[in-house]
Design a protein around this ligand. Structure first.
Ligand code: SAH
Ligand code: DHB
Ligand code: MG
Length: 227
């Protein structure tokens, strides 16, 4: 087998090529990462290509209402909110008040305070409330919070997204998921990401695929269209 495909330097070159050409970072995005780091947030925002994919997918469905699950410092929220037309709205859910505070500042500095709202609390509870309150459906739901709850987030997202809308989930190829089935340990079998991927693959109302994304190594976005 040719080793060239496995050489991490090739992946890095491809990553930088894609980032330079398709996902330039402006001052607002750079500042968001800098402020997140200074505030002690973990460096786990989506990659530049991941951000651009979110933006592209939101544009593809002409999203006017977007729900994000897991805000952190607001990096992916900026990519998503920028895809909205005037009057469009992003609602982003965040458990940690400290993260939400950093995100709100970053969104305001990016000129998106009017378009993006950060709700602090348990995403599961907030999404269940949304289902109960029968508010207007979303055009896109982006899932990126705690991985254990991914299967429930997918089920709830399916109820909160309109027909023809998209559900996207980050980290679909995190390392344990990509192991061969035979190697999957008890721990990994309980891995919510793998279960979410299987749910999406088998779901009668969803057309789904994992799109690999180059960032820090290779990860993937699960992309599901609601039929
Ligand atoms: N989407 C962000 C990264 C999110 S990291 C970006 O790409 O920029 C995951 C975030 O989910 C963290 O901020 C974490 O505090 C939050 N989170 C974890 N569990 C949660 C829960 N149960 N409800 C809401 N948010 C949660
Ligand atoms: C990690 C990366 C993520 O994108 C995420 O949402 C959670 C954790 C990580 O690299 O640990
Ligand atoms: Mg993530």
């Amino acid at each position: 087998m040719s080793r060239s495909h496995l050489d991490p330097r090739d992946w890095e070159r491809a990553q930088h090529y894609i980032e330079r050409l398709f996902a330039p970072e402006d001052t607002a995005l750079k500042r968001t990462l800098r402020q997140s780091q200074r505030s002690g947030l973990p460096p786990i925002s989506v990659s530049r290509a991941g951000g651009k994919l979110l933006y592209l997918l939101a544009k593809t469905v002409s999203a006017q209402r977007i729900l994000e699950v897991g805000t952190l410092g607001g990096y992916s929220a900026i990519w998503l909110a920028r895809a909205l037309p005037p009057g469009g709205r992003l609602v982003s859910l965040e458990m940690e008040p400290a993260h939400a505070a950093v995100a709100k500042k970053n969104l305001a500095k990016a000129g998106l305070a009017k378009k993006a709202e950060v709700l602090t609390g348990s995403a599961l509870k907030l999404m269940q409330e949304m289902v109960r309150s029968r508010r207007p459906l979303f055009d896109l739901v982006f899932i990126d919070a705690d991985k254990e709850e991914y299967p429930d987030y997918l089920r709830l997202a399916c109820r909160l997204v309109r027909k023809g809308g998209l559900i996207v989930a980050d980290n679909a190829l995190r390392r344990p998921v990509s192991l061969e089935d035979a190697e999957i340990s008890e721990v990994v079998r309980r891995n919510g990401v793998a279960e979410c991927n299987r749910l999406a693959a088998a779901h009668p109302r969803l057309v789904s695929l994992i799109v690999p994304v180059l960032g820090k190594g290779v990860d993937g976005m699960l992309v599901c269209l609601k039929k």
